[in-house]
Design a protein. Structure first.
Length: 590
């Protein structure tokens, strides 16, 4: 073993130990590992920042933006209400999510399938009261498993098919992977459904500032417009999208105030007073196509359509104290609309325009991004928290889905590579205003991208130093004289162990020739061994960095590095135990 190889193994071992120790943030650990690798000479100085131009960084960053655009569109809420109206338990929700992700991953890029379903997972988490971390890691693992089912499902399958053609003159076909991949996917999904409790509820361990100041009793008013599907429908249908979090407190029909009985039939121009969290009210307003209170906002003679909403508190010195929005004429004099009001410990029954405001009231104000900060300062209001308020904001429902479908379609038929297609999709989300320009960088998880960019040259040092060749040689020596099932299991285990440090395609390129070579030396047919390499390279369940799907959910799930082997290690053992006999049955070695 050379000095370079010793240093490469040592740096990676120390880095993994610090990751597992979990005392320092993961991006800091990765950057320290990169600097150390450059210092000891295993990463050339001119290659230190090559990871920032790697395709994986572009794919993950772009997928986060695309996923945010899909989540913001509101289509997710409509899909949940229509197709999964009665899924309230974590087991049933998780089963549907994983099955859909796995099936999609068989035919489209698995990170694309995961990006589609991540917003649904967040909606399910809110509906069931569970942490999103309970959904995201199992979904990522299901995406990896689903990719095993077809030739195009994952990069290792494509690479191993090409290598088989070079070795034998015959490539694997589209569905040669399906018998083994299908069995592994079924076994893996069943395991994840019943053992999801191994994943900790990371996002529930501490309350964020946003959670600490969350307002649950906003009062808002909305009109049943002529185009609303709620005309002629009962109140119970109107508030159903609120999932019990929001209620109707009154229905105003002309000068008559009516009690909102569930069977009360709504009419055109009815005004409904709603009470609940702003997100629940927003779902009711969006699903019912209601019109919130307020006037069209004009600036410089132009009607503004790109509006935002913000939460503020009335201070003791505010000129709003003791006055009503109607009295001040907020929409005309200040260019903002009052969408909702919350008063601690009280249920408000007045219309918003007539309500006498008081110090301590929490308001949701709507206006342009440029004007709102000026109004807040002039009226001595205090912004409540830096969080997104969707109530009253304009969403383009199906544009994000069309963008995502086009991106995945172009990759499926080979018109564009995955990083280019997803980068273009992220850009389209901004161009078509599916996500505001000011919010675009909030969707990108900076620490995740920094960690990825720093780790790529560090992990590549294992290859450039000859460390991967050393592993391959040792594997060949150990495998000699072993029976078929042992040799097959060894190949699978080593491929699983190597893929966190090389990308999965590189693992296949390194391992496949070795596997085929000693299969031939042992007098066995190579197909089962090539399949074992593809399975091992495609099943990285142990780290957040071995596959972009795991990386994609790392930040949103609030995971730690050590969380992955908690669920991934027993799943890996299951894959090994199931793979070997199934491979020997489907692809006999003699």
């Amino acid at each position: 073993m050379t000095t370079q190889q010793i240093l490469a193994f040592s740096v990676i071992a120390v880095m993994m130990g610090v990751f597992i120790w979990d005392r320092f943030r993961y991006d800091v650990v990765a950057c320290c590992a990169l600097v150390l690798s450059v210092a000891v000479g295993i990463v050339p100085k001119d290659k230190a920042f090559s990871g920032f131009s790697d395709d994986i960084v572009i794919i993950v960053g772009s997928a986060l933006i695309v996923s945010a655009g899909v989540a913001r569109s509101g289509v997710v809420d409509m899909a949940i209400k229509r197709f999964f109206p009665n899924l309230n338990t974590l087991h049933s929700q998780l089963a549907i999510l994983m099955i859909v992700v796995a099936l999609l991953s068989a035919f489209i890029k698995n990170i694309g399938a995961l990006a589609i379903m991540m917003p649904v997972a967040f909606q399910f988490a809110r509906k069931s009261g569970a942490s999103p971390s309970k959904y995201l890691m199992p979904m990522s693992f299901a995406a990896l498993l689903g990719g095993l089912m077809t030739q195009i499902g994952t990069s290792p399958n494509i690479v191993v098919s090409r290598l088989r053609e070079e070795m034998t003159g015959s490539s694997f076909t589209m569905f040669d992977f399906t018998p083994v991949g299908g069995v592994l996917t079924i076994a893996g999904v069943i395991f994840l459904i019943f053992f999801h409790w191994l994943v900790p509820s990371r996002t529930k361990q501490g309350r964020s500032i946003e959670e600490a100041v969350e307002i649950t009793n906003y009062t808002s008013e909305a009109m049943v417009a002529a185009e609303s599907p709620m005309v002629g429908k009962p109140v119970s249908d109107l508030i159903r999208p609120g999932d019990g979090e929001a209620i109707a407190t009154s229905v105003l029909r002309g000068a008559t105030r009516m009690s909102p009985f569930p069977d009360l039939t709504l009419r055109e121009n009815d005004i409904v007073l709603l009470e609940g969290p702003s997100a629940a009210i927003d779902r009711i307003v969006s699903a019912g196509k209601l019109q919130l209170s307020g006037k069209p906002i004009r600036e410089n003679g132009q009607t503004q359509t790109e509006l935002i909403s913000i939460e503020t508190i009335i201070g003791q010195e505010s000129p709003l104290k003791g006055r009503s929005a109607k009295e001040i004429a907020l929409a005309y004099t200040r260019g903002v609309n009052l969408l909702a009001v919350s008063r601690h410990g009280q249920r408000l029954q007045e219309r918003l325009a007539n309500l006498t405001l008081a110090a301590g009231d929490v308001l949701v104000l709507q206006g342009s991004r440029e004007n709102l900060p000026v109004v807040i300062q002039d009226l001595a209001l205090l912004p409540l928290a830096q969080r997104e308020i969707l109530l009253g904001t304009r969403r383009r429902a199906f544009i994000p889905l069309v963008i995502l479908a086009l991106a995945m379609g172009t990759t499926a038929i080979g018109l564009a590579p995955v990083p280019v297609a997803f980068f273009a999709a992220a850009l389209a989300m901004v161009v078509f205003r599916a996500i505001p320009l000011a919010d675009i960088y909030k969707s990108v998880d900076g620490p995740i991208l920094i960690m990825l960019a720093a780790l790529i040259p560090v992990s590549d040092s294992l290859r450039t130093s000859g460390g991967s060749d050393l592993i391959a040689h040792g594997l060949g020596e150990v495998a000699k004289g072993l029976p078929a099932w042992s040799a097959l299991g060894l190949i699978l285990i080593v491929a699983m162990a190597v893929t966190p440090f090389l990308n999965n395609a590189a693992t296949v390129l390194v391992m496949a020739p070795i596997a085929a070579g000693f299969a031939t030396d042992l007098g066995f047919r190579p197909e089962a061994f090539l399949m074992a390499v593809a399975i091992g390279a495609g099943c990285d369940f142990l780290t957040p960095v071995g596959h972009q799907c795991n990386t994609l959910v790392f930040g949103p799930g609030g995971y730690r590095f050590s969380d992955y082997p908690r669920l991934g290690l027993p799943l890996s053992f299951l894959i090994i135990l199931v793979s070997v006999p199934v491979l020997l049955y489907v692809w006999p070695v003699s």
